[in-house]
Design a protein. Sequence first.
Length: 345
Amino acid sequence: MSPGRRSMAVLTDTEELELAWNALSGQERAEGWATVALGTATARFRAGIVYPGGEETLLIGFNSDVVPKKADLPEGAGFRVEVSSEAFAPAFGRWLCLTRQNGAGRDLFVQMAADVVAAVATAGERSETSLLGLTLTRIRAWQDFMRRPRSGVLPPEEETGLAGELTVLCRLIEGGASPAGVAGAWNGPAGGLQDFQTGTLGLEVKTTLSVTGFPARISSLEQLDELAGRPVLLAAVRLCLQEDGLTLPGLVERARGLMGSDSRALAMLERALLLAGYLDDVASEYVRRFHCVEIRVFDVDETFPRLVRSAVRPEIRAAAYDIDIDLVTAAPFSLGDALVRAGAF
């Protein structure tokens, strides 16, 4: 899609950030900021360069009285986060500044900045405090990713989990969902509470290769809890290994192909794959071939076995637990039915 035709309602394209920073870098000054609004109607997002260091910055505006303490702001190798009250635009009183430190790799920073913008821009109707929390959570996910050892190849358990999530992603799109909507909702690799999240729905994916039983690990009290009345669905994906199945790289290429000519959707997919730890450089190392046996979807409601924050005593600060989904007595439905009932993608 050419720059002239690209939707300006949501920024996800790294090219726009690159162009903005390149243009600003020519405005040499002794000190202070040079900034420009990015392509959104709200002017919440700005590209900036701070002098005298010439450091590239993503600025995100908020109207929130809640200001994180400096000690609570994430900081990683190659970037820092600060809060500014400078008047970059009249609509917002505070700005979160994500700045690339000199000497740090630019490509990864651009990917991170574009991903943070996409996450906030597609978050739907939320309070300013909630959007600020979402922004910091997304940055921390990248912080964790940058700290992760770069062995290149995912462990078998993570490979299986990613295969399950990609299977669901492809089935949703093949069932008629918007590629950009599904790719934008895929938040599992970024540390989202559920693997797919929209403003109205959370869809958690659990995957197994087990023939008997369906063990599923629930990582927190919040993972299966409805937040602000938003329902949660659980998709149980049973895979098996067989010769006519798809390798993990095969599933990745299938997902990329479903993005079509939508560069926005493809950019969101690529960032999710990066956060998941998938690297094309080691694609040949993935030799297992996955075949989808079944996908069962459950409403996670009062009839579903779960431990959730809203139903446990406050003294219980955290918990992780296991469910055998094959023992769940609630009636499942298909992923296609879930699309119709949710209407969220």
